[in-house]
Write a protein of this length. Structure first.
Length: 391
């Protein structure tokens, strides 16, 4: 069971790869390394086998032992190979470094990248220009190899970016803002009564055919719709996953807009992480997902953050996630009370944002509004977008 920040994901040790495992027996451009057979490519230095890696931030680590050079350039290329018949490998990232500079730094360099499911990765090294390089050995590591557990947890998507959405989530120098939340420009924000007085709220009421209802419940449905529209996901053909047992009206509205909606009630799944750890592995490749109070008071915020992190694997790269959470009143003015729900305090929301950003995802700016003095809980909508890929 996850109980604190150190347990947000299973720790995997680095794996040492055979630097010459792809072209077995072929000599490297660096004298004495690799095999004895001449290389077809005179620039060839090394090429690892293709390996599965964990989802999220991963890095290859290259270490030349006793490296010396006065001239020459090392080119490192990360190649990806989809797990499908007839697939062709292609380069997704590269790095260049002068060999004399690399030698000055002890012969070691790291290449970070975003790992995806359904593909394998290899690292290749080339020296395309004149060089006097020497080295006694070469070690290549991958820091987060796949251990097979993710196959059972989230299955594999095809790794392709979503074709829906806009670039409305833009990087910002200040993640937190004390500006009052606005429904017209939704970001990560709490419920406030002022949002229900906005013109956009009345427009959604008219479209939904609903009468005004004070409090969080109606705002939650309208917020999800407004955010999906604002971020370009409310389009025919977009695939959405709803994790909720109380949003039938929202699901019907999304389906009427032409989106392809799948809803799952966590209470209908087996117990464990709110039941969501048991989602079918084929529920992947969604353009957006939303959840509604899927965590209960028996869980910790550490468990909840870990599950939110894992749910990002259900989205296509570039896909949007909207999570309706129960928040303490350090986040916003008091709304409805929600008994039995896990309460996120301000520190929890900030920690969630930092973890998602560390994974390479984009988080919509957190707009807190005024900090109240009354006790209670309210609704908080957290928006983020899964990191895109170069596939």
């Amino acid at each position: 069971m996850v109980t604190d920040q150190a347990d947000y994901e299973t720790v995997r040790g680095p794996r040492i790869l055979d630097p010459f495992g792809w072209h077995v027996g072929v000599a490297s451009r660096i004298p004495g390394l690799g095999g004895e057979n001449p290389a077809h490519d005179p620039t060839y230095v090394f090429h690892t086998p293709y390996v599965k890696v964990a989802r999220g931030p991963v890095a290859f680590d290259v270490e030349f032992q006793n490296l010396s050079a006065r001239k020459g350039t090392l080119v490192l290329r990360i190649h990806v190979l989809p797990d499908e018949p007839g697939a062709v490998a292609r380069m997704v990232d590269s790095e260049r470094i002068q060999l004399n500079r690399l030698a000055h730094h002890g012969g070691r360099i790291g290449l970070p990248f975003q790992g995806l499911g359904g593909v394998t990765y290899a690292l290749m090294g080339l020296i395309p220009d004149n060089t006097d390089v020497r080295a006694d050995g070469l070690i290549v590591r991958v820091d987060r190899p796949e251990d097979g557990s993710e196959d059972q947890r989230t299955g594999y998507g095809d790794g392709r970016n979503t074709v829906f959405g806009s670039d409305a989530i833009a990087p910002t120098a200040h993640m937190l803002s004390t500006d009052e939340p606005s429904l017209a420009m939704p970001v990560s924000q709490p419920f406030t009564q002022q949002q229900q007085a906005e013109d956009i709220y009345s427009r959604w009421l008219e479209q939904l055919g609903e009468d005004f209802e004070p409090g969080c419940g109606q705002w939650e449905r309208i917020f999800v719709l407004q955010a999906l529209e604002q971020y370009g996901l409310l389009q025919p053909g977009a695939r959405g996953l709803g994790l909720t047992g109380h949003q039938d009206m929202l699901s019907r509205k999304l389906a009427a807009s032409g989106t392809l909606v799948t809803t799952v009630c966590p209470q209908n799944l087996e117990e464990g992480n709110g039941g969501l750890a048991n989602l079918p592995i084929d529920l992947v490749d969604f353009d957006f997902l939303w959840s509604h109070r899927i965590f209960n008071e028996r869980q910790s915020t550490g468990e909840a953050i870990n599950l939110i992190d894992n749910l990002m694997g259900r989205l296509r790269p570039g896909g949007l996630a909207i999570h309706i959470l129960t928040a303490g009143t350090g986040m916003s003015p008091v709304g409805d009370r929600h008994s039995g729900a896990l309460v996120f305090e301000r520190d929890d929301v900030e920690r969630l944002a930092l973890i998602m950003i560390s994974r390479g995802h984009e988080v919509a700016r957190i707009r807190l509004g005024a900090i109240p003095t009354k006790e209670g809980v309210t609704s908080f909508a957290f928006i983020m977008r899964r990191a895109r890929t170069t596939l």
